[in-house]
Design a protein around this ligand. Structure first.
Ligand SMILES: Cc1cc2nc3c(=O)[nH]c(=O)nc-3n(C[C@H](O)[C@H](O)[C@H](O)COP(=O)(O)OP(=O)(O)OC[C@H]3O[C@@H](n4cnc5c(N)ncnc54)[C@H](O)[C@@H]3O)c2cc1C
Length: 214
């Protein structure tokens, strides 16, 4: 299911997609699971294949308390390298304003958000960005916190697990073992799978087998 996020800034990014990001779940500051992939911001929170895939775990964690998701914009790059990349960018464009150059490092739609979260004034010239502010930016590049509000309801969900017990289905024909002439395919079957391609394959193949036998 898509995930509703408490932070108001997320809603301003509705429609923006980010590729090659990492999302890590935290509960009571303890790291839980990490997921790499794509992210889609929506008008209530976050969605996209990676989020749909992780939402089951987030739903479980929510039963035990608050959940935070850390967004890492540069999963393959560590803090030290990012610090020098940021420093090099600010020096190369020393007389420009930070709001006009940060987009060379991060997606431009995120620039105002990151500056606000780092408490850096948009109009600040690059030569005046303090060391403390640069440090905050680098931390945000690797760990922008998203506070989970809830999972969105079943009407917004995409099935990726749950359904009829596989022991009750004859896979040679897709006929129910309990109810003769009832054929079970696709989302009806309890096959746990990541979102993003497998479900279509599942409904096509099981639909084909059922179609051949019913
Ligand atoms: C927004 C969205 C994006 C998705 N993206 C992907 C993706 O990128 N990759 C991927 O693999 N999967 C994706 N999926 C999941 C994939 O579409 C489903 O897993 C797949 O369509 C399931 O096929 P199905 O035949 O089991 O069920 P459905 O496609 O839901 O078909 C069920 C059919 O039964 C009909 N029906 C329901 N009740 C009755 C009734 N009482 N009488 C008669 N007919 C009825 C419905 O109208 C519907 O046509 C996505 C799903 C959504 C909603």
């Amino acid at each position: 299911m898509p995930i509703a996020i408490k932070d108001a800034w997320v809603k301003k990014l509705a429609g923006v997609t980010l590729s090659d990001i990492k999302l890590t779940t935290f509960q009571n500051r303890h790291k839980q699971e990490a997921y790499k992939g794509k992210l889609l911001f929506t008008h209530v929170g976050i969605s996209g294949p990676t989020v749909l895939h992780m939402s089951k775990e987030v739903g479980e964690l929510l039963k035990y308390g608050e959940v935070t998701i850390a967004l890492d914009l540069f999963p393959g790059v560590d803090h030290t390298i990012l610090k020098s990349q940021l420093q090099a960018l600010l020096i190369a464009e020393i007389n420009k304003k930070i709001k006009n150059v940060l987009g060379k490092l991060v997606p431009s739609s995120l620039v105002p958000v990151l500056l606000r979260l780092a408490a850096i004034e948009n109009e600040t010239p690059n030569h005046s960005v303090r060391s403390e502010s640069r440090k905050k930016l680098v931390i945000l590049f690797k760990h922008t916190p998203l506070s989970v509000e809830k999972l969105l309801g079943a009407d917004k969900a995409i099935v990726s697990s749950g359904g009829v017990n596989l022991k009750e289905v004859n896979f040679k024909t897709m006929e129910s073992r309990l109810v003769p002439r009832l054929y079970l395919v696709g989302d009806m079957l309890n096959i746990d799978r990541p979102s993003g391609g497998y479900s279509l394959q599942l409904c096509w193949t099981t639909g084909f087998v059922a179609g051949e036998h019913c």
